[in-house]
Design a protein around this ligand. Structure first.
Ligand SMILES: NC(=O)c1ccc[n+]([C@@H]2O[C@H](COP(=O)([O-])OP(=O)(O)OC[C@H]3O[C@@H](n4cnc5c(N)ncnc54)[C@H](O)[C@@H]3O)[C@@H](O)[C@H]2O)c1
Length: 433
């Protein structure tokens, strides 16, 4: 029997950033609710997990195994640096055609962003002025907490989930003096330590303090620090991160296992992208790209491990580039050149050219991460949700204990299925489906 609390009442989904990804997510949910679009790519809406074994086995959708919030339960809220409402922003982002936005225009227009907790030093290329006046980082956090409480009350929500899908901030290296304990983190907020406390940390702290799970969709280190793990433990809330696994890294984490499973060698893997949306513009700034680079580079090393197979994976060259190229807007093109070697070391090449749509790939991840984090909270799970690694480029793990993240797509999928089974009161297992 499942011990998960039932998903009753409205679920407030408060997103940080009302840009390409989140307006595509919102529009899709609202259109699907009206039966005018299908939520393609969302595991929570389509995937079936086997429960039971042998003659008793059945394949069930997630909501047939555990109580899940439905699309109808969702109420959207947002914060952004720019004042445009979700309709205006969806039109400006040019991800979706107007004919796919207009049927839900009224609902989108009602989603007006609250003032952002923002500091230009963390995203220099943004010029918006829909920004909170804050005395210090502690005050920033307090104001966000008030926003969450007001939103919950005004919209009659039972539960809230906060999702960061705002711009990538500049890289904030983990600082043991500030980021290792909750007491130090709070002291730094009160001392207005602007260098070590990114605005995203204020959102995360505020969410957890208000009893809401927090998801980091960008590569920011926000909740990937021991102080936030302590906060999640104290508040008994789930956290997940970091960086949506959408295009190139999805391919990488699904394709690298082919090389590893077949015991082929790897000499190098060069990944490059062109994209022209605002995300691309922010990532054109070297300090912001650094955050993304760290996240993107981590994928291969835990799948093709040099120490485990020195003949095959020693010293392979792994490079990732992102180039801002306005004409493509949200339609990213990702190239991968993979230099492999086979029998007696003879070289071969694989080329992958993925003409993808960034926000079309990210929107279903937003839905899955939000619904599954809400599920985790109702199941009494707190702290880092490893079963959500499937959706993330750089899954959180306890690096203070030298824990290694799982990046292999199919191992991540096994973790996801087992978590759903366990929360549904079934046994986790390793059977082949
Ligand atoms: N689309 C993908 O495939 C993908 C994959 C992985 C990660 N991401 C990440 O998702 C994020 C969103 O991507 P996007 O294409 O929607 O970008 P976008 O630039 O269209 O939207 C981001 C929005 O966040 C706002 N913002 C920035 N700082 C803020 C703050 N402190 N508070 C509130 N709002 C703030 C910006 O004004 C902007 O409107 C980026 O960090 C991106 O790196 C996207």
């Amino acid at each position: 029997m499942s011990k998960v609390k039932k998903a009753e009442g409205k679920l407030g989904v408060m997103v940080v950033g009302l840009g390409a990804v989140t307006t595509t997510f919102m529009t899709g949910v609202l259109m699907a609710r009206k039966g005018l679009a299908k939520p393609v790519g969302a595991m929570t809406q389509y995937d079936k997990v086997r429960v039971g074994k042998g003659a008793d086995k059945k394949y069930l959708k997630y909501d047939e195994i555990v109580s899940m919030a439905t699309l109808d339960d969702i109420v959207f809220g947002a914060w952004d640096v720019y004042p445009e409402n979700a309709y205006e922003s969806a039109i400006n982002c040019e991800v979706l055609k107007e004919k796919d936005i207009n049927p839900v225009k009224d609902e989108l227009e009602k989603i007006v962003p609250m003032k952002a907790a923002f500091d230009k030093n963390f995203a220099k290329r943004l010029e918006g002025d829909n920004v909170k006046e804050c005395k210090d980082r502690w005050d920033m956090t307090e104001q966000l907490r008030e926003d969450i409480r007001n939103f919950k009350k005004e919209n009659g929500c039972e539960r809230i989930v906060v999702l960061w899908a705002a711009s990538t901030e500049v890289y904030v290296p983990v600082n043991e003096k500030v980021h290792y304990t909750l007491a130090d983190l709070e002291a730094a907020m009160k001392a207005d330590d602007k260098e070590n406390i990114a605005p995203s940390m204020c959102y995360a702290y505020a969410a957890l303090a208000e009893g809401a799970p927090f998801i980091m969709g960008a590569p920011n280190t926000t909740v990937d620090i021991p102080a936030m793990w302590e906060m999640a433990e104290k508040t008994k809330m789930p956290i997940a991160g970091k960086d949506f696994k959408t295009g190139q890294t999805l391919v990488k984490s699904g394709f690298a296992p082919i090389i590893g499973t077949r015991c082929l060698g790897l000499a190098g893997w060069f990944s490059t992208n062109i994209l022209g949306n605002r995300d691309g513009l922010v990532l054109d700034e070297p300090a912001n790209f650094r955050t993304k680079e760290v996240s993107k580079l981590s994928t291969l090393e835990s799948i093709l491990v040099p120490e485990e197979q020195p003949d095959l994976y020693t010293n392979y060259y792994h490079k990732v580039r992102i180039n801002y190229y306005p004409p493509r807007n949200d339609n990213k093109e990702g190239w991968d050149n993979i230099d492999i070697f086979g029998w007696m070391g003879y070289p071969m090449q694989i080329k992958i050219d993925f003409l993808c749509r960034d926000s079309i790939l990210a929107a279903p991840l937003c839905l899955d991460l939000v619904l599954l984090s809400d599920l985790a909270a109702r199941a009494g799970r707190w702290g880092t949700q490893r079963f959500l690694s499937f959706f993330l480029k750089s899954p959180m793990h306890d690096y203070t204990k030298n824990e290694v993240p799982v990046n292999h797509l199919f191992q991540q999928y096994a973790m996801l299925k087992n978590a759903i089974r366990e929360m549904g009161g079934y046994e986790a297992d390793q059977e082949l489906d």
